[in-house]
Structure formats: C-alpha cells, structure tokens
Design a protein around this ligand. Structure first.
Ligand SMILES: [Zn+2]
Length: 202
C-alpha cells in the first residue's frame, strides 16, 4: 500500500517556489470551491484540529463508520443514527490527531488540516489529475502547499487517516521539512502503531 506526500521543496529550485505557490493556489481554490452549482453544496465539519469537506452527510456517516478508533461512543452503542453522530465523528478525529502527535512526540499548535473526502475512486482520480496531471496510483495523499489531505470515502480506514494527518504534523513540526523518504518512514510508523499504547522515552 502506498499513499504519499508527493511534494517536497527539495524537488524544486527555490526561485520557482513563488510560481508553484501561485499555481497551487489556483488549483486549491478550484478544487475546494468548484464553480458548478451541483458541486457547491458540501457537507463540512470543523473539529478542533481539522476541517472536513464531504460531498454529503451520507458520506460523512460512511466515513465515520470506516474510522474505527477510540471506542465508538453512544450512538454506535445504541445503534441509532443520533444527531450526536457529528460530535462523535469530531471527537474521534481529534483523538486520532492527538494520538498521531503522541506517537511522533510532535505536539505543536498548527493551523487546522483540511481533509477533502471524495465519494468514489473516479472523483479521487479526477482530483489527482487536476493537481499532478498524472495517473493516480495512490489511495490518498497530503499536499503541504494546500495543507490538505485527499481521501476517498469508499477506500479509507483509520490507519490511512492517521498516516496522512501524520504527514501534516511532521511537515509543520520541523523547522525544515524532512526529506520525503524520512517523512514517509515517520508517517508509516504512525499508522503501524496507531492502536498500541504510546511508548515513553526518558
Ligand atoms: Zn505517506
């Protein structure tokens, strides 16, 4: 399985950075705020550390079911789709974020990570094409320039979310972003050890 942080400043000469920032800015705006009316009605959830954008509430409910973390909460205990499902979702995501920070031992205040969740594989591939102009062979990814994680609701689990949030945490914690391979090792460590007790280092 591979899902990667594909952009790293070392890939580009410094003088091209401004151009790329502008370039990515335009793409980010077009991805996050599409002009078509049909695509305009998104379902958004703000949590303490993240800001999620779904196509619909149904996608959020499905995503919530796929993310197995932190014991579930009341609505899953009673099997009802209570209105508390939104706060259950937010708590779960924030708990997962804090766990990723704890595993990495990288706790630092940072702006909220955006998570764009698409409804299916073809939407994910379309988004990938818009950003990278290439064929999508990853299941999800994080783009530092947008501070955004991209995922598909039909192919997601808590490990993938933790991995991608891990990329955001890693890239924002260190003053100089680590090389891609190093960042990937760290992010993999997060999803591998997600369900274990965090080791203590003295
Ligand atoms: Zn990765």
């Amino acid at each position: 399985m591979k899902w990667h942080n594909l952009f790293h400043p070392s890939l580009f000469p410094l003088q091209r950075k401004v151009f790329f920032l502008l370039f990515f800015g335009v793409i980010a705006v077009s991805l996050l705020f599409p002009l078509s009316a049909a695509a305009g009605a998104k379902y958004k959830i703000e949590t303490k550390y993240t800001s999620f954008i779904f196509n619909s509430r149904e996608d959020m409910l499905r995503f919530n079911d796929e993310i197995d973390f932190g014991g579930g909460g009341l609505s899953s205990l009673f099997g009802s789709r209570s209105k508390n499902v939104t706060s259950e979702f937010a708590n779960k995501v924030d708990l997962l974020f804090e766990k990723a920070q704890a595993i990495l031992d990288m706790r630092k205040k940072m702006r909220k990570v955006r998570v764009r969740v698409y409804s299916n594989q073809s939407e994910l591939e379309e988004a990938y094409w818009k950003i990278f102009k290439g064929r999508c062979n990853v299941r999800g990814w994080y783009v530092y320039e947008f501070n955004t994680v991209f995922l598909n609701v039909k192919d997601v689990h808590e490990g993938m979310l933790a991995h991608e949030l891990g990329h955001a945490i890693i890239d924002h914690y260190l003053t100089v972003r680590p090389p891609r391979a190093t960042a990937e090792i760290l992010a993999k460590y997060v999803d591998l050890h997600l369900h274990e007790e965090v080791k203590r280092y003295d």
